[in-house]
Design a protein. Structure first.
Length: 362
């Protein structure tokens, strides 16, 4: 399988399967002399780690990261950075049922149609175990970007239940098992998802990512637009079915007057009075907050039997047991933020490569 890499100058390649001995990534192009140790990466991985609440899969993976190369005496050397996480809690017997039967809504059938062979244990390469390495790479990207660029993400909708944006409080995100920025919505989601989980069912969700302190000028027209690269990066996350930048699909219902982000000069600085654009115009960052959202579908592995087929072409009903996330949107929150970090690090280096200028120093 090719195409396991993304990014141009900050280039990330991931490898590994759900039930293999380990998963890993190689980051090529990270600039030298950047402070980096396992302690810079592990806290981000801990946010995505499974088994932390009853609302995520009960697979117990410590997701302890090891740096194998590219770092010397606590700083990057400019050579490829290789990161490794050992899988420790594989339970292949849970997946015997799906060796011959395709789970409707999962990648089982598509992998077999394409490759004629599939590691069915835990979904193999199509498992979201892979997203742990995106989070690890994102932590390295954050080191490249520096403290001036702040990337945060939150869950804003679970099934049909949306947060009240008027109550948005970033400080609440770390205080509940959902990365929810609205404390009053937490008990609503708790009751709702508790029932979904007990029924062996699943629901979708919407994740929002906001990057502040992004300097103007990142993004390269025409085919390297910041928003198109971001859309690709977010869309490549497992189970993502839609991506929006700024007002996204809601912009279609606005008039030009409503959608315009008015500009003024204040004390010699360009100031915008609104941010419908989500921080990008013409594929280039404006200096406003970069805002993206993505929708994830409900987990396909559910207990309710659904019509499907076997590898041998027999009609069957498939009901999936084993350990699954009732709402994959929860653990997708740190993954989305990591992808934003990787895209921004790549564009920062690309901007510097083309213009010879570090926009953070403006
Ligand atoms: C963080 C995260 C956790 C996931 N956990 C599960 C899971 O427990 N069970 C499952 O069937 N799918 C899970 N998924 C979704 C599958 O990985 C995904 O649906 C599958 O790869 C098929 O790809 P597609 O949905 O993008 O078409 C998860 C996705 C993410 C982002």
């Amino acid at each position: 399988m090719s195409d396991n890499s993304f990014g141009h100058l900050f280039r990330v390649t991931t490898w590994g399967e759900s039930h293999g001995p380990a998963i890993g990534c190689v980051i090529d192009g990270c600039p030298p002399r950047i402070a980096l140790s396992e302690a810079d990466i592990q806290p981000w991985l801990d946010q995505r780690r499974p088994g932390q609440s009853k609302f995520t899969t009960q697979r117990q993976e410590p997701d302890s990261v090891e740096i194998l190369s590219g770092v010397f005496e606590g700083r990057t050397t400019g050579t490829p950075i290789s990161l490794l996480i050992r899988n420790v809690d594989q339970r292949s017997r849970d997946y015997g049922d799906i060796a011959e039967r395709y789970r409707p809504g999962h990648a089982d059938v598509a992998y077999d149609l394409k490759y004629g062979i599939r590691d069915y244990r835990g979904g193999g390469r199509s498992s979201a175990r892979e997203t742990a390495m995106r989070v690890a790479a994102g932590a390295v990207a954050r080191q490249v970007l520096g403290a001036g660029i702040r990337i945060r993400a939150a869950l804003v909708q679970v099934g049909t239940h949306r947060i009240d944006r008027g109550r948005w409080n970033w400080d609440s995100v770390g205080d509940n098992p959902f990365f929810c920025p609205d404390p009053e919505t937490v008990p609503v989601w708790e009751a709702y998802l508790g029932a979904v989980r007990k029924a062996g069912s699943s629901v979708g969700a919407v994740v929002e990512i906001v990057a502040e302190g992004v300097p103007p000028g990142l993004g390269a027209p025409i085919y390297g637009k910041l928003d198109s690269d971001l859309a690709m990066a977010l869309m490549s996350i497992n189970a993502v079915k839609g991506v929006e930048i700024g007002d996204g699909f809601a912009a279609a219902a606005l008039t030009g007057e409503e959608n315009a982000d008015p500009m003024r000069m204040e004390d010699g600085r360009l100031v915008f009075a609104a941010n419908h654009a989500g921080g990008v115009l013409g594929g280039i960052s404006t200096g406003q907050a970069l805002v993206a959202r993505f929708a994830v579908k409900p987990t396909s592995s559910i207990l309710t039997p659904v019509a499907s087929v076997t590898r041998g072409g027999e009609n069957v009903e498939v009901s999936t047991r084993g350990r699954h996330d009732p709402c994959v949107g929860i653990r997708a929150v740190p993954v989305g933020a990591a992808m934003m970090a990787c895209v921004l690090a790549d564009h920062l280096l690309r901007h510097r490569g083309q213009t010879g200028h570090d926009p953070r120093l403006a």
